[in-house]
Design a protein around this ligand. Structure first.
Ligand SMILES: Cc1ncc(COP(=O)(O)O)c(C=O)c1O
Length: 638
């Protein structure tokens, strides 16, 4: 037996295979028992807790799968990382300005998140960004430190402006960011009426653009921000209204998840030039707000691929400070306070979606005949021959032939010259060829690139107890790749590959794009799942944008949610529990009244008794099940 076959699979091999250390940012790993763990940095050292242990604790409290797990320590840790990275860069470059982070509420509006963020972030005066009236109301109530900036972006009506102006009077550090010139007369009017001098900012439409999914957020085609000529109009209007002294901030947002640090540098440079010239025009300035865009390395490749980023948080902070300093020092003006509206990078790590497996549809060939009868269809004989001639030497040729003959069999089937059973037999031959090829391919030192996708040719379909549309909307809408791994058995070699289907009856309800170092892989290596096994998958880095963008497709509602705080001694506390939606709750969101539904169904059951289709006892039982289901979880129990 080859040496490598004797080598026992270890947890580190799984960590390698799934790239956990690369995308886990030091927060996720695998322990020697083969369990996925979350690792929390404490002053006294790192503490690791198995996710399975938390899942068991949650189940014992009545909150089963699917489960959204919020790990509070990770949100704190990312706020700390961001603020400390900027502090480090400021110190290193001897920058004479400050840094303030603001969290854009839209990235995760959930009360527990905002509450924790404002409480923990108060030590850094970490603020909030509101892009709507609703978000402004949340921010005003939740901010714990009035020194923290409250950045008001987006369209603003009179009520919005009045609230912001009054909040300024109360001592809040509110900035109205002018996104379009039309907002200005109203702000000037309300400021005059109240006698309050609001802090004003202006959103720039930069020439700079970033690559990635959100490249249209920057450049000439971006929706928001003032063009340079409009900026001049703004200056003139403010001067005329004797309010130029209110203009203190420039802002841009190039788009979320910027993969390339070069794009960040270009945009910061251009903005710093605008800043310097606005100061030269006589505006007091003081703040430069770089918006969002700080990335999350979802595939761990550290490249400028859309799901990755070719820089670290430390490099981002250092580059921002360096570029601003270079531009500003040339103009001989004070260093501004740098603001970033980093949402994704702050909150993505803290949430993990966990779901169990309901069923596996295995791609397994039936036992093949020793030899096909010589009068079998020519295409069947051809595909049989491929199986028998397959060897290490002709892998590529056999792969091409197998694909060709499978296609030919399908064509003949359409024409009626191949029967259903012959087609099934050909598919079995194909699956067996792919299975044997995969085993042979793994013996090769260097795999030809055309064979790299071989693992994707034969795969199982795993049915997961979750809804992509509710819990991972970006995976469906924009092909966002999230790291997915089984959370146990990681000290065993995964011997099968699979795609994951959700439980909506929608052909888009699946995960078939997984992180890979070179590209995106179509299948995920998994273990041979036993029929009674509780095989749980974790989808990681899902704390940003997923929760409120999710919808009720097929009437699957919010999942159960638990928040945990991990303690220094390795114990953990459940700090918050929220049962997911019931079916009754979800149907009422689409305007059904659960009581009315029950009444209507009861009448139908009674009619069935009258028609002698049901006994009275059967009527009682079906009504009990109906009522119980209305109160129950929208997801499935095994
Ligand atoms: C104005 C503004 N600021 C900040 C953000 C947050 O961006 P990110 O999550 O990439 O940090 C967004 C989101 O796209 C935004 O529109």
């Amino acid at each position: 037996m080859a040496k490598e076959l004797l080598k026992k699979w270890k947890s580190v091999d799984s960590a390698d295979l799934y790239g956990i250390k690369e995308w886990g940012a030091g927060y996720f790993d695998v322990n020697d028992d083969g369990e996925a763990v979350v690792t929390i940095p404490f002053r006294s050292g790192k503490v690791a807790v198995a996710l399975g242990e938390i899942v068991d604790g949650s189940r014992a409290r009545g909150l089963g799968m699917p489960l959204l797990l919020r790990i509070e320590n990770l949100l704190d840790a990312q706020i700390t990382r961001l603020n400390e990275s900027f502090r480090k860069a400021i110190k290193e470059y001897r920058y004479r300005g400050d840094y303030r982070g603001v969290f854009p509420i839209k990235v995760n509006q959930q009360q527990q998140i905002i509450q924790q963020l404002t409480r923990f972030g108060a030590q850094y005066n970490h603020g909030l960004e509101a892009g709507s009236k609703g978000e402004l109301l949340v921010a005003l109530a939740m901010l714990t430190s009035t020194d923290s900036p409250l950045i008001c972006n987006g369209y603003k009506d009179r009520e919005f402006i009045d609230l912001g102006v009054q909040a300024t009077r109360m001592g809040y550090n509110v900035f109205f960011v002018i996104e379009m010139l039309g907002e200005l007369p109203l702000i000037i009017e309300r400021a005059r009426l109240t006698g309050i001098r609001p802090n004003l900012g202006v959103r720039l439409k930069l020439a700079a653009r970033a690559g990635g999914h959100w490249s249209e957020s920057g450049g000439d085609f971006s929706l928001f921000g003032l063009r340079t000529t409009q900026l001049v109009d703004l200056l003139d209007t403010l001067k005329e209204a004797e309010m130029l002294d209110c203009l203190k901030l420039v802002h841009y947002h190039l788009g979320s998840q910027i993969p390339n640090i070069r794009d960040v540098r270009h945009a910061v440079h251009e903005t710093a030039r605008f800043y310097a010239d606005l100061a030269a025009e006589g505006a007091p300035m003081g703040y430069i707000d770089l918006g969002g865009g700080l990335g999350v390395d979802y595939d761990g490749s550290r490249t400028n691929f859309v799901h990755s980023m070719n820089y670290t948080m430390d490099e981002y902070c250092a580059d921002v400070i360096e570029v601003i300093m270079n531009v500003i020092d040339e103009q001989n003006i004070d260093h501004p306070t740098v603001i970033t509206e980093s949402g994704r990078a702050t909150v993505a790590y803290s949430t993990v979606l966990l779901f169990d497996t309901l069923e596996v549809s295995r791609s397994e060939p039936h036992p093949l005949p020793e030899k096909l009868p010589p009068d079998s269809h020519e295409m069947l004989l051809n595909i049989e021959e491929v199986l028998h001639t397959l060897s290490l030497k002709n892998l590529q040729e056999c792969y091409n032939d197998a694909l060709y003959y499978r296609e030919a069999v399908r064509d003949h089937f359409k024409l009626g010259s191949i029967t259903l059973r012959e087609r099934a037999l050909a598919e079995d031959y194909f699956t067996e060829i792919m299975r044997r090829m995969t085993a042979l391919k793994n013996k090769l030192k260097r795999v030809p690139s055309a064979l790299e996708t071989l693992d994707d040719a034969v795969f199982d379909v795993v049915y997961g107890n979750f809804s992509v549309f509710q819990s991972l909307p970006d995976s469906w809408a924009i092909d966002q790749v999230f790291p997915v791994i089984p959370i146990s058995r990681l000290n065993e070699e995964p011997t099968r590959s699979a795609i994951i289907a959700d439980i909506t009856c929608d052909s888009d309800g699946k995960i078939d794009r997984f992180p890979d170092f070179h590209d995106v892989r179509r299948t995920l290596p998994i273990h041979d799942i036993g029929p009674e096994e509780q095989y749980v998958f974790g989808v990681f880095l899902v704390g940003a944008y997923q929760e409120t963008l999710g919808d009720l497709h097929n009437l699957f509602g919010d999942t159960n949610i638990v928040s945990v705080r991990i303690n220094e001694d390795g114990s953990f506390d459940f700090t918050n529990e929220m049962p997911g939606d019931s079916i009754g709750g979800v149907v009422s969101m689409v305007n059904y009244e659960p009581k009315t539904l029950l009444r209507m169904f009861r009448e139908k059951a009674e009619q069935a008794v009258r028609d002698r289709k049901l006994t009275v006892d059967e009527r009682r039982r079906i009504l009990e099940t109906y009522e119980l289901s209305l109160r129950g979880y929208t997801y499935y129990k095994r």
